[in-house]
Design a protein around this ligand. Structure first.
Ligand code: PLP
Length: 467
């Protein structure tokens, strides 16, 4: 393709995208293909000669689209949302056209400075103190890895990167048994080892880390010669939305001299609404906080924000300056690639700018408030049905429930999830709570309406009772 054809195709793609969004409710939410279906339609080798763009687009519709699960479908209630509000998609179109690699201030000064300003807007929007400085990471997993590496280096007096871990005391990191697997992976990659991630039991209906058990574990580890390095807390864990008592966790961390990282990948967006902030009371004492505007807030994937009380500690852990990356005579600028594991950086701040301006913070808040209110109303409605039980009450907009039909309930509820997803009107996933298989229901898709939630209720009842 030549650039002179680009405009025509780009306009066609914009029309395609608008049509796609207009007709989403008519499509099954989860892809209805079997393993290998797409692969079998793809030629085994790449073409030797150029093909017309129209053929490529036709094949895209025929081969690829049937195997797409529609994350932007208003009745997507599975996992957590991965929203892409239209202004953020427009920003991504521009970013894709510019395709700047924003690793250093110099490699796109306005991208760096927009990122700095957006981090301040978001920090203030979340009600975090000015003491925090933000950076955009590609994913919460990367942010957590950066935080774990920082807690490791801090505990080792900045010697781990240099000398390795073999001659060091064995490090220990603490969290609850509710945390996301990105924590485990960060521990593996940081060389700390799964055995040294101490997962503690939880208490209460929010499944908060047991503070007494945390204190005891740290004391025992010190007595046994381990080196405690940090605590990873969670607000809104993936399974059923568990929330640690952040005030209590940070109190323990302060007493023990430990670094605290908070994973609020999903729930962080809700903290734009002051009324939800009690669920992370004490957050200002964390050293590092991650949340994903690409989940609930509406920024197109990928966009993860990490706030740090002391970015120097992160930079001391990750920054490396070979001559080819030095920008001479510009000591006062920020080079965000020194704050993250990957060197190369996409221009992610633009979609945050478009998003926050196009809706205003109030517009974004109102959506999330609706989701929480609809989740509470739906849970109350399901609770009234004799053959259903609510297993965990809504935390933000996530709750879990079970169908109480005949036979083995774990098996029955998995069959219900599978049947619902084969049906296609809605998309849900399952998890375990206290050893019981339950169905998760989260509301957070950007275009979801109360009517979509009503359809979900009717569909769950209809299919459950037909099993
Ligand atoms: N933390 C929590 C609580 C999550 O739910 C998820 C993903 O859903 C992650 C971390 C990982 O996020 P990412 O895909 O941005 O690495």
């Amino acid at each position: 393709m030549q650039w002179n054809e680009f405009e025509e195709w780009s306009q066609k793609m914009a029309t395609w995208a608008a049509d796609y969004h207009r007709t989403l409710r008519d499509k099954p939410v989860r892809a209805q293909v079997s393993p290998g279906d797409t692969l079998s339609l793809l030629p085994e080798t790449a073409p030797d000669s150029a093909e017309p763009m129209q053929n490529i687009i036709d094949d895209f519709e025929r081969i690829i689209m049937p195997g797409i699960t529609h994350w932007q479908h208003p009745r997507f209630f599975a996992y957590f949302p991965s929203n892409a509000a239209p202004p953020s998609i427009l920003a991504e179109q521009i970013v894709s056209a510019i395709s700047a690699q924003c690793m250093l201030w110099q490699t796109s000064p306005s991208a760096t400075e927009l990122e700095t300003r957006m981090m301040e807007w978001i920090r203030d929007g979340l009600g975090l103190p000015d003491a925090f400085t933000g950076v955009i990471q590609d994913s919460a997993s990367s942010a957590t890895l950066a935080a774990v590496l920082t807690m490791r280096e801090r505990a080792l007096n900045w010697d781990g990167n240099k000398s390795g871990l073999s001659s060091q005391k064995t490090l220990r990191i603490y969290c609850s048994d509710q945390v996301h697997t990105s924590i485990d992976r960060a521990i593996w990659i940081a060389g700390i080892g799964q055995d040294n991630l101490v997962k503690l039991p939880t208490t209460g209906d929010k499944k908060s880390i047991d503070i007494k058990a945390l204190q005891n574990a740290i004391a025992k580890d010190r007595a046994d010669g381990y080196l405690p390095a940090g605590i990873i807390a969670v607000t809104g864990a993936t399974g059923m939305g568990a929330c640690d008592d952040i005030s209590a966790v940070t109190e323990v961390a302060a007493n023990e001299g430990l670094f605290t990282h908070l994973d609020a990948a999903w729930a962080g967006s809700a903290m734009f609404c002051p009324e939800f902030r009690e669920l992370w009371a004490g957050v200002e004492r964390c050293d590092s906080i991650v949340f994903n505007p690409h989940k609930w807030l509406g920024a197109q994937f990928d966009c993860s924000v990490q706030f740090l009380r002391d970015p120097d500690a992160l930079r001391q852990t990750l920054a490396i300056r070979p001559e080819y990356l030095k920008t001479h005579g510009q000591a006062e600028v920020t080079d965000y690639s020194e704050w993250s594991v990957p060197l190369g950086r996409r221009f992610r701040a633009l979609k945050l700018w478009f998003l926050m301006r196009a809706y205003g913070i109030d517009g974004l808040r109102n959506r999330m408030r609706n989701h929480v209110a609809w989740a509470e109303a739906l849970a109350a409605r399901i609770a009234k049905e004799d053959d259903f039980e609510i297993v965990t009450n809504p935390i933000f907009s996530l709750f879990t429930f079970r169908f109480l039909g005949e036979g083995d309930l774990d098996d029955l509820n998995q069959r219900l999830v599978d049947r619902l997803n084969d049906d296609g009107r809605i998309y849900l996933t399952q998890t375990f709570v206290d050893g019981k298989k339950v169905i998760r229901f989260q509301i957070g898709q950007f275009d979801c309406t109360e009517q979509d939630v009503h359809v979900a209720f009717e569909t769950v009842l209809e299919i459950a009772r037909s099993l």
